[in-house]
Design a protein around this ligand. Structure first.
Ligand SMILES: [Zn+2]
Length: 81
């Protein structure tokens, strides 16, 4: 099993603070129930507000998946506004 790459973390764009409460955002990925779909979104750890949600038919945890990156970018954009 490969050592969990700090490198990968560094390449991931930093998630900004929540625009509403200043809480920490984190990426949620899950498989939608009863559907062969996965979803990915950034969620605030304090107020629970969510950013853009992306649905995909492939596992967002897979190597090379772009879903997380897209969600983080969307979240960060909103934090700017
Ligand atoms: Zn919040």
């Amino acid at each position: 099993m490969p050592v969990n790459s700090a490198k990968e973390e560094e390449e991931m764009e930093e998630i900004r603070r929540c625009p509403f409460c200043g809480g920490r955002g984190y990426v949620v990925t899950s498989k939608a129930k009863r559907k062969e779909l996965y979803y990915t979104c950034v969620k605030c750890s304090i107020c629970g507000s969510k950013g853009k949600t992306i649905f995909s038919d492939s596992d967002p945890e897979k190597e090379g998946a772009e879903e997380k990156q897209i969600c983080i970018e969307a979240w960060n954009k909103r934090a700017d506004a």
